[in-house]
Write a protein that binds this ligand. Structure first.
Ligand code: ACM
Ligand code: ZN
Length: 565
């Protein structure tokens, strides 16, 4: 009898403990700059919400999305009033800064501008059960822990790139990509809109760019370069659709940086307008991957008219101050370079006083870059380009995107250029995540596990005093072998979560074990969003995430795959 009483008492105590809502453990990614947690929690289910009328329209919309998510996930309407969650304009905070105070008095959220409010809302969402990211009502402990948070990013440029040219992604898929970026507080979407294998931007003055250039007659199968799957493939975005993406991103504090890759990676445009190439063609939209030697003819005045027309329409769609002008891989090492045989290019080199020699092509590329730069500068825009634009003599005012390792970025910063770091070694998310390639979806190559991404420190190797030129960090997602949104997300996540901590957190605030301990929560969020991710870092390979090995094998696998650099 005594034993039963004891058992009942224990059960009652347990029920009482369970009945008290428990806040989530603090698993916010990227970790906020300053967080103090204390005992106690505030219930947000059906809470009163007050929004300062001083908030601008987009900030009000961001707060509105948060309230909508809260109502959907909790299944309870919020009400107007000042006893719950209060969103207040605080002009003393920087544009991307925000503060959150949770106490018995409620939740006070302060920011000065859209980005601060977006990030405050994302932090609040990550402090709540993952179902807040879903689309159905869920029974859960809808409480926030008492907390005092003051947060701001380390870098102003926090980018993620997407290549919709090798494989096309719809507006809805692109918006999901932006949603995921928003959850991890990224603020630049680098949209690579043109390639050898497909031109994706509608240009009204040059309809053949999309009539012809947006479509290829099949796609190479894996790395069998002579093969072709025989399936016509393509697509493009209308100007209205691109504006829709710009607006969707802008509401989430994300600037879309469009890229027109020039003068190389232009085969699709040449197929549409062969007179823009040195040989006059004929050209075909490329069906295989690699680097083509067929590029715009620098000596033909028509290309400058063409580019100015394209950029004129582009500037109408994209308000971003930065326009990406590409500049990479114009001169494949293993091929004859048309610029070196073209009479028009030779005449221009002579006129410019460019001497024959191995560097002549770089100086000619500098001329093309400078012409485009001047045009864009005259229209109030700035250029950013892959680090090849630094070869030869780059004009002042350009920003360099360092992708061939960090060397280009370090050199550019030393010369006084602003830089975005996106080195292949740490930031190419098309690379494999595991060494066991046969268990992974087929990929382009490389090996970039989560831990290596996380370990990247953008100031490493820099000349002291030049660090201020590093605007930030970006990762790139090229899609030669990525044809579906599921695969895209698998390659993106959770590596983009690691990227977000490089972009947001102070170097000494990063901690891989703490980060990994937060991943279960993040996977819950992604599950609620219906977004795919990889579990490779836990030894689970492949899109179906079947356990590839026993617990002992996993231990051995993880030990053998520890990354050092
Ligand atoms: C690049 O990966 N070709 C910039
Ligand atoms: Zn030429």
């Amino acid at each position: 009898m005594k034993k039963l009483t004891l058992l009942l008492t224990a059960a009652t105590l347990l029920m009482a403990a369970c009945a008290k809502p428990q806040p989530q453990e603090f698993h916010v990614i990227p970790l906020p700059a300053s967080v103090e947690l204390s005992d106690g929690s505030f219930c947000v289910k059906g809470a009163a919400v007050q929004v300062d009328p001083a908030l601008d329209v987009l900030s009000q919309k961001a707060v509105g999305r948060f309230i909508q998510a809260l109502e959907t996930a909790t299944g309870a309407k919020t009400k107007a009033g000042d006893s719950g969650i209060r969103f207040v304009q605080n002009p003393n905070l920087a544009a991307e800064q925000y503060s959150i105070e949770v106490s018995a008095k409620g939740v006070d959220v302060e920011a000065s501008a859209l980005n601060g409010f977006v990030y405050a809302c994302e932090t609040l969402k990550q402090m709540l059960p993952p179902a807040i990211y879903g689309s159905k009502a869920v029974k859960a402990d809808w409480v926030l822990p008492y907390a005092s948070i003051l947060d701001q990013p380390r870098f102003s440029y926090r980018g993620m790139h997407l290549d919709p040219c090798r494989h096309f992604f719809t507006l809805e898929e692109t918006k999901r990509y932006l949603d995921v970026m928003t959850a991890y507080k990224l603020n630049r979407f680098h949209w690579h809109l043109t390639e050898d294998q497909g031109w994706r931007m509608e240009v009204k003055k040059y309809p053949r760019l999309t009539e012809v250039g947006a479509w290829r007659n099949g796609t190479v199968i894996k790395k069998d370069w002579d093969s072709n799957d025989g399936i016509r493939y393509g697509g493009f975005y209308t100007q209205e659709e691109m504006k829709e993406i710009v607006a969707y991103a802008a509401e989430r504090g994300i600037t879309v940086i469009p890229e027109i890759d020039l003068p190389g990676h232009m085969v699709a445009a040449l197929a549409a307008y062969p007179e823009l190439g040195c040989t006059g063609g004929p050209y075909e939209v490329w069906t295989r991957w690699g680097v083509s030697e067929q590029i715009l003819c620098a000596g033909n005045e028509k290309i400058y008219t063409f580019l100015e027309d394209v950029f004129t329409e582009l500037m109408d769609i994209f308000p971003s101050e930065y326009i990406h002008i590409g500049g990479d891989e114009c001169f494949p090492h293993d091929k004859d370079i048309p610029w070196e045989h073209c009479p028009k290019c030779a005449a221009l080199m002579k006129k410019l006083g460019i001497k024959k020699g191995p560097d002549a092509k770089h100086y000619l590329q500098n001329y093309v870059t400078a012409r485009v730069q001047k045009f864009l500068n005259d229209h109030g825009r700035k250029i950013i380009g892959w680090d090849e634009i630094l070869d030869g003599e780059l004009a002042e005012g350009a920003t360099v995107m360092s992708w061939r390792g960090t060397k280009g970025g370090i050199k550019a910063a030393g010369m006084g250029f602003d830089v975005v770091m996106t080195p292949t070694d740490y930031a190419y998310f098309d690379y494999y995540q595991s060494r066991e390639r046969d268990k992974e979806p087929f990929g382009i190559g490389g090996y970039l596990p989560l831990e290596k991404v996380y370990g990247y420190e953008p100031f490493d190797g820099m000349t002291p005093g030049t660090e201020d030129h590093i605007l930030g960090v970006q990762a790139n997602l090229w899609t030669e072998y990525i044809a579906t949104p599921e695969h895209l997300e698998y390659m993106l996540l959770p590596r983009m979560c690691a990227l977000s901590e490089i972009q947001w957190c102070a170097a000494d605030a990063k901690d891989y074990d703490r980060f990994c301990a937060s991943l279960d929560h993040t996977f819950g969020m992604l599950d609620a969003m219906g977004v795919n991710y990889s579990l490779d870092y836990r030894g689970l390979m492949g899109m179906d995430r079947q356990p590839a090995r026993s617990a002992e094998e996993l231990e051995e696998y993880l030990n053998n795959n520890k990354v050092s650099w």
